[in-house]
Design a protein around this ligand. Structure first.
Ligand SMILES: C[S@@+](CC[C@H](N)C(=O)[O-])C[C@H]1O[C@@H](n2cnc3c(N)ncnc32)[C@H](O)[C@@H]1O
Length: 198
């Protein structure tokens, strides 16, 4: 399999780069001392009791959160990437599942989708994914998603994302332009934090 079962967009990404090259790129950046853990820093700052890394890929963020002592599980539909995560961190729980239908049989304080998961999933799954992940939140839980705001016709807009969240019973708490918490003022990337409507 090379990503077709996830989405056309994901299969297109998989065709462009080998997983070994992708992994090597991150490892090189780390070796060069580049900041590669902005997402983990952001999530750690939320003081989570537990985290689901939703669309975890190779487990880049989840493994770092675990290294920092945070209780975390990962979920992804692409077994090729999940195999890397399982190989690197066999002691963690990795769900091979579609986020639209995942049944983890537990809830999490923070559910996070770093790395453009919302634009690599199938367009028709965007709403169901948000709805299902909302079901996996503790009562005081937070749904966090970072994704690019593109010029494509099938781009996901913030207004659409907020509507999916609203339909799932969530409301916007904070929105940033980067994982470093730069204020969002219309840039082409956003990190959104939603909680249950009060
Ligand atoms: C660009 S990767 C990001 C991986 C990881 N979050 C990171 O930041 O390194 C996008 C991931 O979303 C996953 N994905 C997309 N749609 C999904 C779905 N419906 N269910 C589970 N995973 C999905 C893909 O398999 C892929 O691993």
């Amino acid at each position: 399999m090379s990503g077709e079962h996830v989405s056309d967009r994901w299969a297109e990404w998989r065709r462009q780069i080998s997983l070994d090259d992708y992994r090597a790129r991150w490892e090189r950046m780390q070796a060069e001392g580049q900041a590669t853990h902005g997402e983990a820093d952001f999530i750690e700052g939320l003081h989570p009791r537990s985290v689901l890394d939703a669309g975890c890929g190779m487990g880049r963020v989840a493994i770092e959160l675990h290294r920092r002592g945070i209780e975390v599980e990962g979920a992804d539909l692409d077994l090729d990437l999940l195999d890397h995560a399982r190989g690197d961190a066999p002691h963690l729980v990795w769900h091979h599942a579609d986020l639209a239908t995942l049944q983890a049989n537990r809830r999490y304080h923070v559910v996070v989708m770093p790395g453009n998961v919302m634009i690599f999933c199938r367009v028709e799954d965007r709403g169901p994914i948000v709805a299902n992940l909302a079901e996996h939140l503790d009562d005081d839980g937070l749904l966090v998603a970072g994704f690019s705001l593109e010029g494509r016709t099938d781009a996901l807009t913030l207004a659409e994302y907020d509507l999916y969240c609203h339909a799932a019973g969530l409301e916007l708490v904070e929105r940033f332009a980067t994982w470093d918490r730069d204020p969002y003022t219309g840039q082409d990337y956003a990190v959104s934090v939603h909680r249950r409507q009060r």
